[in-house]
Design a protein around this ligand. Structure first.
Ligand SMILES: [Zn+2]
Length: 99
């Protein structure tokens, strides 16, 4: 995980993950209150998580031979699951720039 450039305090997983799901909200160092904004790379990783989620959701939808309502339900659940999975994985690769 990235460290604060000011005081070397490491950003927490929870801090980064939460700010990501709040629409790339800026994060603040717990120690020295310096604020950081998401780099372009994080937006790309976020887009990739959503894209992969939709892709897998779509694959499930087209491969199942069940009623429409179940298909929708299962594909939505798969989309959410994959999006959550990849965004969690990507958190440790996210980088921030001082505001
Ligand atoms: Zn700091």
């Amino acid at each position: 995980m990235q460290k604060c450039k000011n005081c070397k305090q490491e950003f927490s997983f929870r801090q980064i993950y939460k700010s990501f799901w709040l629409g790339y909200r800026s994060i603040e160092c717990d120690n020295c209150r310096t604020t950081y904004e998401h780099s372009f790379r994080n937006r790309w990783l976020g887009g990739l998580s959503v894209g992969l989620g939709l892709l897998f959701g779509g694959l499930v939808q087209s491969s199942l031979e069940i009623s429409f309502a179940y298909k929708m339900l299962i594909s939505v659940l798969v989309t959410i699951f994959i999006m959550t999975l990849f965004s969690r994985l990507f958190v440790s690769y996210m980088t921030f720039e001082k505001e």
